[in-house]
Structure formats: C-alpha cells, structure tokens
Design a protein. Structure first.
Length: 243
C-alpha cells in the first residue's frame, strides 16, 4: 500500500482497517520526517510488518515522479494507493491572504493531481491496482463558507472521476471518497457540521467500497441524499447559506 499524505489521520485509519483484514507493507509519503516516524510506529503497532517513509512535498511537483518510482520499487509494486493530501486553509469566501489561498489550491489541486496522475501511470504500467482519492462533500457544490477549499476539492474530484473512467478497462480503479465533516486535527476548533464522523468510520466505509464495485462513496452514506438536495437548491437560496 501507498499512503500519499503519510500523516493523514483518515489515511492512516484506512491503512489500519485494511491491515486488520490482511498483512500489508506500506510506504508513507509526506513532508514531516518526525511525523512520518510517528505514523510508522502507529502502523507497526497495528501489525504492519514493514513500512517505508519517504519525504515529498505536494507543492514540489517536479520531485513527485522520482519519489513515486522509489516507493513502487521499495515495495515491489503497489496494489492500493490512498491519496490523502489536503490543506483546509482560511474559511470564508474571498480570502484575506490570497497568497496562502493560492498555496491551498496548489497543494489540493495541482500537487494532489500530480501525485494522482503519476501513481495511476505507474499502476497501469505494472498491471493495475486501486487508488482511493479522499475528496469531500465540499467538492459537490462549493459554498461561500469554504470557497477556496471547495473549489480545490472540486478540481481534484473531477480529475479523479475522469481518470477513473479512462482507466477502468486498463486495470486501474479509482474510488472517490466524499466525507462530510470529519473530527481530525485539521477540523479541530471548528463547529461540527451535521452528520459529522470520524476517521475510523471513513476507513470502514472505504474498505466496504473497495470490496464492492463503487466508484464514489459518501461518508456517512446519508450525505448522498443530503447533497442531492443541496445540488438542486436554486442559486439565490443557496447563496444565502453562510455555513
């Protein structure tokens, strides 16, 4: 397995859930060496016999190809990759710090997209595999309360779905995961939204999705109906929503 965003709480919960079903060797790719070391310890405690930690920055897309080649080589191939790269950034509509907002877009769309496309290419060349892409319900209809993050996730979500359609006959499956509010470090201090959930619940739903033929899943599943209603709201009414 390959975890892109190797310190992601949701990503690590998914790895742990899948490890409980069958032994896994895992490569963790992330920016912070100390945090990656802690993630490795967590996976060893969960039963992973072997882990590999490699440094990569989503913003340094020119390094992605080499690092991914090394990860695939270290593991002797990758059956499941989890793309858990994401930065929340400033809440609201027009950001006060435009430079920081641009970094959110760069990391969540360009950087994550680079990692996704290069992973998909390597999988296709080596006979296939599955890629789990952590998107968000915010991708379905970005709101004024999280305009930049929603737009970034919408871009990644669209790319993942397009790649999934293109690669379905070439042995590479793309599973798009759209969680709602998840209680993690990233959302600490924010007011929880309705139908909020935990990394462990997301992990169980991802495992269930991989067992089936789903292309997109919502966590919790009730969000699928809620977002259908949200998508159908007339824009004048939708624009009045501040949260």
């Amino acid at each position: 397995m390959l975890l892109l965003g190797g310190t992601s709480e949701i990503g690590l919960a998914i790895v742990t859930e899948l490890q409980a079903r069958a032994p896994r060797e895992v490569a963790l790719l992330g920016r912070n060496p100390a945090a990656l070391g802690e993630a490795e310890q967590r996976l060893h405690a969960a039963g992973c016999a072997r882990t590999v930690a490699l440094q990569v920055d989503a913003l340094a897309s020119d390094s992605h190809a080499d690092v991914l080649e090394r990860a695939f080589s270290e593991l002797g191939g990758v059956d499941i990759a989890i793309l858990a790269v994401g930065v929340l950034g400033e809440r609201g509509g027009l950001p006060t710090d435009v430079d920081a907002a641009l970094e959110v877009l760069q990391a969540n769309v360009v950087g994550a997209g680079s990692l996704l496309m290069r992973t998909a290419r390597l999988m296709r060349e080596r006979g296939g595999g599955a890629i789990v892409v952590l998107s968000s319900v915010a991708a379905e209809r970005p709101r004024r309360a999280n305009a930049v993050y929603g737009a970034a996730k919408a871009g990644l979500d669209a790319l993942a779905r397009g790649l999934g359609d293109d690669l379905q006959d070439e042995g590479v499956r793309v599973l798009v995961v759209r969680p709602g509010f998840v209680h993690t470090r990233m959302t600490e201090g924010l007011a929880a939204a309705p139908l909020s959930t935990t990394p462990e619940v997301v992990a169980r739903e991802v495992a269930r999705g991989l067992d089936g033929a789903a292309q997109t899943i919502w966590v919790p599943r009730a969000l699928r109906l809620l977002m259908l209603v949200m998508r159908l709201l007339p824009r004048p009414l939708f624009r009045r929503m501040k949260q």
